[in-house]
Design a protein around this ligand. Structure first.
Ligand code: ATP
Length: 707
């Protein structure tokens, strides 16, 4: 039926696909309409009306608000498909590290400076032309090439691709941001214009005394006096104009450490600066990638090597930046001095292409670059001693010993990210770690979604990039629950505070899958894979597993189907270094008995594959009806298991430990593993906890790790 729409004329098509576009003046050129028509012919009907391709040439072709949702990749493209297509069209290409490079179709061949300036991401098919900054999808490239072929043209105007027109509101927001960037930049002063005593003071404050004035000048760093912040510019676009600024402030702590705080304009989720890039020559073949602007200053000054800093530090490497790193044959990742930086460098090197990457392993003699400079270390030596990212399939202990040492000497960091709202979970699980699988169960309607939502939100607020797959309740309702938990209040009664909280909430690295209802496991896994690549997702929550079962072949035993699905999630978690939390319904509802690990629906596969098993118990430790408690029945990390009570605050939809004194405290001591022996029942020893302890009634048990 959607094909029939074509018969009703182009205007109708435009109305269907891009109603707002019709109100744009001047009316789109004919070639746009042709492309739009072409695209509609290729598109499945469900994409019509989604407004998939409105926009301005040279600007981002995606709606701003589309960022927080992750669409199902309708037909994920593979590198083989891309190559085959290009060959069929006789388009020459270079096989780069993360991208294929082709001649840009948006430049007249006689004007092409660099003959291969259009970069196609090998994983997603997204492209960017570095000369015109036209961006788009793999379908856009196909459409452009088809049109060129039909019209026998050598090139197309960069304005040919349609995109989302900005709404008035978006336009205003963008203009306000640009004005703000200009205001900050023009009211900040180059450090060379600041009296030397003041510069010294600033350097002391930021602990960059060894960074020379010449280096600060070379990188265009300024001082914004009102907030005593350093200002790092982002120059970009075809005219290398000022696109944004990052403000960095420093605060000293009691133990002589410095805490840095940064703010960006535009907001961090559209801040795509690779600081230092304008200073890197086109012919340079080596670069040092750092996690902060100060580190880049240090590397550049101490080694003379080209260096660029990631815009959001170790939290992500947006694929949109990959084309700008394609020219380098060797990339050294020196992202920081902690385990998080080390893990991030391993993950980012996969995106960059393992073969060309080497990693600086954090350690006593290898702090972050700016600290290494301050300590008078030889940064060149540290870079030379970096290790290749591509790992061999067989290693000896000699190659592992540094990793083992790193784990032993950083036990706190190895234990993962700590919850801010759930100290009891920290006590039992020690933290939230990458690459693990958590299975979470609890009786129907007991509050599983509400609880896991707060647990995930807590981590997300600490920078854990999170993806929600909520198949049971829709994203609006889920986001409402999360926003209420975030604001810790009933926003229904405080609607005037909505924008305040929504603005803050929007800054979280939080994404939602656009699925609802029964889903096919492959589509879900593809989306997860896609989002790990795009947004460096560290935590995926699947609520719940039962919604993946319906699509599978019903003639097959449903336990076998579930086992297959759990195996697939397990594999994904391990291979993608991403934590997966899987909500599974219990086997059967028993009102008067506590659930156990064996109560999880299906075979024993779920609990065997899981690193952690969490059960939301209802009416456990009954002191009043309906009391909930959280029980950890499996913890592969260190074997500690236990249970703690939770009070539910209806107004904020949050959970907290019962107030002190309300319940008697109980503590269960660990049983040494060698006494219990494997498979033996855990013996529980009760102890009175110190009356002063703030902790709620908590039980911790130690059992030998279940395999
Ligand atoms: N501890 C609690 N006490 C009372 N009400 C709660 C509690 N926790 C959650 N609720 C409320 O109960 C309702 C159901 O919660 P939720 O959807 O989180 O349960 P669920 O276990 O995920 O349900 P299902 O089994 O259908 O998936 C929500 O309105 C929620 O606000």
């Amino acid at each position: 039926m959607w094909r029939n729409l074509l018969l009703r004329g182009t205007t109708c098509l435009l109305q269907v696909a891009a109603p707002r576009f019709l109100h744009q003046r001047p009316f789109p050129p004919f070639s746009c309409v042709r492309l739009l028509t072409q695209r509609l012919l290729h598109r499945p009907p469900q994409l019509l009306g989604k407004g998939y391709f409105l926009a301005h040439s040279g600007t981002r072709a995606y709606k701003k608000d589309a960022k927080s949702t992750v669409d199902i990749p309708t037909s994920p493209v593979t590198i083989t498909d891309i190559k085959q297509y290009l060959r069929s069209k006789e388009i020459p290409f270079h096989d780069g590290y993360s991208c294929l490079h082709i001649p840009s179709m948006f430049i007249n061949p006689s004007d092409r400076k660099d003959s291969y300036s259009l970069f196609i991401d090998k994983t997603t098919g997204q492209f960017v032309c570095k000369d015109t900054l036209v961006e788009g999808s793999w379908e856009d490239i196909q459409d452009c090439l088809e049109v060129m072929q039909k019209q026998e043209q050598d090139f197309l105007s960069p304005h040919v691709l349609l995109g989302y027109p900005e709404s008035m509101e978006e336009q205003e927001e963008r203009e306000t941001e640009l004005r703000e960037v200009q205001r900050i930049w023009s009211s900040s002063v180059p450090l060379t214009d600041v009296p030397e005593e003041e510069v010294l003071l600033v350097k002391t404050m930021f602990q960059i005394s060894k960074v020379s004035n010449a280096t600060l000048k070379k990188f265009g760093v300024r001082l914004f006096k009102p907030t005593k912040s350093l200002v790092f510019p982002w120059f970009g676009g075809t005219d290398s104009s000022l696109k944004g600024v990052k403000l960095l402030s420093a605060q000293s702590t009691d133990n002589n450490k410095v805490i840095y705080k940064e703010a960006t304009v535009p907001k961090c989720n559209s801040f795509y600066s690779l600081f230092g890039l304008p200073l890197v020559g086109r012919m340079e073949a080596e670069v040092v990638l750092t996690g902060s602007e100060l580190d880049t200053l240090a590397v550049s000054q101490a080694t003379g090597l080209p260096s660029v800093a990631l815009p959001r530090g170790v939290s992500c490497l947006p694929p949109i930046l990959l084309p700008y790193l394609e020219q380098f044959k060797r990339v050294t990742l020196w992202l920081g001095d902690d385990i998080r930086s080390w893990e991030a460098s391993k993950i980012f090197s996969r995106k960059l292409g393992l073969r060309r990457c080497s990693l600086v392993r954090p350690g006593e003699y290898r702090p972050c670059p700016v600290e290494a400079l301050a300590q008078g270390k030889n940064l060149g030596h540290i870079i030379k001693s970096s290790i290749p990212a591509a790992h061999k399939s067989i290693v000896s202990f000699k190659q592992l010993r540094e990793d083992v040492y790193g784990e032993l000497s950083n036990t706190e960091q190895v234990a993962g990210v700590k919850w801010a709202r759930f100290p009891e979970l920290n006590r039992i699980l020690k933290g939230h770690r990458k690459g693990e699988l958590t299975v979470f169960t609890g009786p129907t309607g007991s509050g599983k979604t509400t609880f896991i939502s707060e647990v995930a939100l807590d981590l997300c607020m600490q920078g854990v990039n999170t993806l929600w797959g909520s198949f049971e309740i829709n994203n609006v309702r889920l986001a409402k629950v999360m926003l209420t938990q975030f604001a810790m209040q009933r926003l229904e009664d405080n609607l005037e505070r909505y924008d305040f909280w929504a603005d803050k909430f929007e800054e979280l690295p939080l994404y939602f899958m656009t699925f609802h209802g029964q889903q096919n496991i492959k589509a879900v896994l593809d989306t997860m894979q896609h989002s790990v690549y795009l947004y460096d997702i560290n935590h995926v929550i699947i609520d719940n597993l039962q919604f993946m079962m319906g699509q599978e072949n019903l003639s097959v035993d449903k336990f076998a189907v579930q086992d297959h699905i759990i195996g697939a999630f397990r594999k994904f978690a391990t291979n993608s270094s991403c934590h997966v939390t899987l909500v599974i319904h219990p086997r059967k509802e028993e009102d008067d008995r506590d659930l156990q690990t064996a109560s999880i629906f299906g075979s024993a596969k779920a609990s065997q594959e899981a690193d952690n098993v969490l059960i939301l118990q209802e009416k456990k430790l009954v002191t009043c009806p309906g009391r909930r408690s959280l029980q950890v029945t499996k913890n592969r990390f260190d074997g500690d298991v236990g249970i703690f009570p939770l009070d539910f605050l209806k107004s904020s939809l949050t959970f907290e430990a019962p107030i002190q004194g309300k319940h008697k405290l109980r503590k269960v001591a660990s049983k040494p593993e060698n006494e219990g022996g494997e498979g033996k029942k855990v013996e529980v020893k009760k102890e009175k906890a110190a009356k002063t302890a703030k902790a709620p009634r908590t039980v911790t048990e130690k059992e030998s790790v279940q395999q």
